[in-house]
Design a binder for this molecule. Structure first.
Ligand SMILES: NC(=O)c1ccc[n+]([C@@H]2O[C@H](COP(=O)([O-])OP(=O)(O)OC[C@H]3O[C@@H](n4cnc5c(N)ncnc54)[C@H](OP(=O)(O)O)[C@@H]3O)[C@@H](O)[C@H]2O)c1
Length: 274
């Protein structure tokens, strides 16, 4: 079996790539610039999901595909179907669940459209719908270095999931008989953003203050760099989850046979690399 891994150097994509290699699968690792992909035994191929001219060589002889969402996934989905691919595992998002009637252009619409594109092309699709990634901690790196993190909704709760766990769930799905399903994958515990920052401080052994900032001010700042529909999605989500514990699922443990890694574990093993 040959599996094409799109975004093979991404946080989740690299976990999928290494998990499949460890399972002895023939991996075709894809990136827009394949020369920057690690030389780890996978075949490296150029693929830009927004450039149909790159699809042919990437998909030739492929049985299954791990897919990141793209601007418009429909052309790639059709190419997959034409190439005989019958099973895809899509890195979708929990936002599809939390926003069942998505605002156009927002995060939920983007991921819902990708799920529809694959299924519309007749491809059996495992849509992984994770909530917030542990790696989102990187967005606080300047604040962490400065000793204070500014948050519009410090009590907004998520279930930070280790990207390696999403990779493990994807690998299990890619190796199993194809099933059309949507899977809500979460980390093992609900944590507020302030609690996450407190764990970062504990790990680094120095205080990091959480400063609550006016949501309108934070929104205006973010809108300078991020499309407004995406800003709307994020602020809607943070407001709706403010002080509300996030639901935890057992999908990681059930599908991989190991418990979901904690945020503390991620901080130790990935963030500080200890
Ligand atoms: N962060 C969250 O809390 C969260 C929550 C739910 C879902 N998600 C989903 O997870 C994604 C992020 O996953 P991640 O952290 O693993 O991402 P990442 O580390 O930023 O990597 C993204 C990968 O996508 C590839 N990519 C981007 N545009 C591409 C294109 N046009 N054609 C082909 N490949 C392309 C990149 O490949 P090259 O640069 O090598 O070409 C890269 O390897 C989000 O975009 C979202 O869909 C995130």
């Amino acid at each position: 079996m040959t599996v094409l891994v799109t975004g093979a150097r991404g946080a989740v994509g690299s976990a999928v790539r290494s998990g499949l290699l460890a399972a002895g699968v023939d991996v075709r690792a894809a990136g827009r610039d394949p020369s920057v992909l690690p030389d780890d035994g996978s075949a490296r191929v150029a693929l830009d999901l927004d450039d149909p001219s790159s699809y042919g060589p990437a998909l030739d002889g492929v049985d299954r595909v791990f897919v990141y969402v793209a601007e418009d996934l429909r052309p790639f989905a059709r190419a997959m179907a034409d190439a005989g691919v019958r099973h895809a595992v899509l890195l979708s998002s929990e936002s599809v669940l939390t926003e069942p009637e998505p605002e156009p252009g927002g995060i939920a619409a983007h991921h819902a459209d990708a799920e529809t594109a694959l299924r519309g092309a007749g491809i059996t699709t495992t849509a992984l719908r994770p909530g917030a990634f542990a790696g989102n901690t990187g967005q606080w790196s300047r604040g962490i270095a400065a000793g204070f993190v500014e948050l519009p909704f410090p009590r907004s709760a998520t279930t930070p999931i280790d990207e390696r766990d999403i990779g493990d769930v994807a690998v299990a799905a890619l190796l199993a008989d194809p099933v059309d399903e949507s899977v809500h994958v979460t980390g093992p515990e609900s944590l507020t953003m302030a609690e996450q920052v407190a764990q970062v401080a504990e790990r680094l052994g120095r205080p990091i203050e959480v400063r609550a900032v006016d949501p309108d001010v934070a929104r205006e700042q973010m809108a300078r760099f991020v499309p407004s529909a995406v800003v709307d999605s994020l602020f809607r989500y943070w407001r709706d989850t403010d002080g509300v514990p996030a639901p935890v699922t057992d999908e990681v443990a059930r599908r991989t046979g190991h418990p979901a890694r904690t945020y503390r574990q991620w901080l130790t093993e990935v963030f500080t690399g200890a």
